[in-house]
Design a protein around this ligand. Structure first.
Ligand code: SF4
Length: 171
């Protein structure tokens, strides 16, 4: 990488297994809460919003963003904080468009948050249940936790000063 000299020297060469494991477990709980919470939004008894939500997450987080972000990243093929840098090996190095990836990353994370929140509100007004309310509160509480974990990851990342999506560039 041409920007090798700007890498954060104290960043993890590769993240510890426990970090990758816990971060993925957290994300499964986070997305799972959103998925379960909007299950009641159904047409012909098919929970199409929940299904669309998960398909969107899989396509964007495991494929599209890996192509456009990770193929240009120091952690391409390595164990980054999510471990998804290894998934990027299915794409050629530098084959993605970093600018596109950065824009899509912002949009993706906005939608994975906004879709459940909107769904929760619709359900709470049209078909209230304590169960949905509990999931809604949980999802809302986990959202800043997700933000904090992401920021912590950026602070310990080799790319923190050069990654356009870094949440720790100025710290
Ligand atoms: S700086 Fe943050 S967003 Fe960029 S590669 Fe590192 S952890 Fe990912």
């Amino acid at each position: 990488m041409s920007e090798e000299k700007n890498l954060f020297e104290n960043g993890f060469e590769e993240y510890p297994f426990w970090w990758v494991f816990l971060q993925n477990i957290f994300l499964l709980i986070y997305f799972g809460t959103g998925f379960a919470g909007i299950w009641k939004l159904q047409i012909y008894r098919i929970p199409f919003v929940s299904i669309t939500y998960i398909i969107f997450i899989v396509i964007m987080l495991l494929f599209v963003l890996r192509k456009h972000l990770c193929t240009n990243c120091y952690y391409y093929g390595k164990r980054c904080n999510t471990g998804w840098g290894k998934i990027a090996l299915i794409f050629r190095k530098n084959s993605g468009n970093y600018k596109t990836g950065t824009a899509l990353a912002g949009l993706t994370w906005m939608l994975v948050t906004l879709i459940p929140v909107t769904g929760f509100i619709i359900i709470l007004f049209s078909n209230f249940s304590i169960f949905t309310l509990v999931l809604f509160v949980l999802f809302v509480l986990l959202t800043p936790v997700n933000f904090i974990i992401h920021k912590k990851a950026c602070e310990t990342c080799k790319m923190r000063f050069i990654c356009p999506a870094s949440m720790a560039k100025t710290i």
